[in-house]
Design a protein around this ligand. Sequence first.
Ligand SMILES: *Cc1c(COP(=O)(O)O)cnc(C)c1O
Length: 513
Amino acid sequence: MEYTSTRDNGMKVSSARAIAQGISKEGGLFVPESLPRLTAADIDSLVPQSYIQRATAILSGFLTDFTAEELEQCVTAAYGSGNFPGDAVAPLAKLNDNTYMLELWHGPTCAFKDMALQLLPHLLTVSAKKEAGDKEIVILVATSGDTGKAALAGFQDVPGTRILVFYPQDGVSKVQKLQMATQEGANVAVQGVYGNFDDAQTGVKQLFTDPTLAARLDEKGLMFSSANSINWGRLVPQIVYYVSAYCDMIASGEIANGEAINVCVPTGNFGNILAAYYAAEMGVPINRLICASNVNKVLTDFIHTGTYDRRRELILTTSPSMDILISSNLERLLYALSGRDDKSVGEMMARLSGDGIYTVDDKVKQILQTRFWGGFCDEKSVMDTIKDVHETYSYLCDTHTAVAIGVHRQYMEQTEDATKTLIASTANPYKFAPSIWTAISGQLSDADEFDQIDMLHAATGMEIPPQILELKQKPVRFTESCAKEDMGKAVEGMLNLWLPAQKPLPVQGKRPE
Ligand SMILES: *Cc1c(COP(=O)(O)O)cnc(C)c1O
């Protein structure tokens, strides 16, 4: 299977090249030329299989230049060996007759980013061997919280890779900061930036495109790559869990093979819901894709009007991973819905980065509104939903997941469509304990975040993930911060770019005693 670019149909690359390179030269995103088909018989044969077997089968349809052995090794390294508890990598929890929570947070960092970032490093190293002359890959990440930790955990001690993460010094929660600062591994480094997430992201983008730095890396046998969700290697692992969840619903007798379901996703960069769309296009019987936003409801407005308008103030909410005005992966959906019209996608993306607004034509708008339904939750409704879901079902959900549950309720009320629905549950509630505790108790607390974790545990009895509990005792390795202008210097320092080529590259930061 070949991959092309959303902005140039003339581009043809292998999956390994698409993953190693991350983004196409002209700025488009890599997409497969066609999707593998899943028939009802194929789904039947996946039903008795483990997550690892299902993942290997589905990925083999997309990554055709990987050998069966390579794929199996990558998938086993990601989802086996104690990374995820037991066989249930992405378990389902049934809330009521038509609502099923697809829990995507049982990985090492307690957020759904693990589902892709545990696999990506392995796909990337195999891809680099095939397509990049076996260079050592340097991953640069700017993070608003969840991605940085998930990427660090995924790349930790993966041979042939190093990872450098920048986070806004005062823009992440205490748990998130500690998760990164205590990261183990000989190939990792973490640095705060004095500034906000945009400053960190802009700095990283500049480093990616700095020709002097690229030449210096090349001399040292290194190359930059990206672990953010524009990389196909991060999207394709997410298709797997929708197929797998459908199989689980058949296996447990909740649905018959062929029965249509809906899927509802708390959405930020549009990666997770796009994976559900691809699963539907492959043949999984998914009717409606319900796109749930917080008050930064660019996508809700887009689905209702066909006009995407980012010209508005970003509002900080209790679901920070969805505080986003430019949903990068929407470009891939526009490409698919427009019948692979690379010219019009390129024009719309140019308008988005120029004027900040574009409108799709009526044909695209009509398909968009048939397949998708958009809604949003304000902060009060997020808090009310967490409390109500806990009281009604004794089920604790995080703030992002609450947005999706709230929007699904609106959907059912407005459409009277009671089709069985998978709701993507994207984070363990203890990652956002202060917000959840306030929702459950109706009180604001200025206690330390770890005390609020204990208070939440006392109030709900839900098990605290050991990865979060042990943060309190773990030695802090990374404490440094830099000005946004000095991020380039920080990278040079962290990689020791100016040392003679033969010396091993030491990693900055104290090793745990
Ligand atoms: C990243 C993230 C999201 C948004 O997912 P996208 O793929 O960017 O749409 C939702 N919830 C949580 C907890 C996340 O970390």
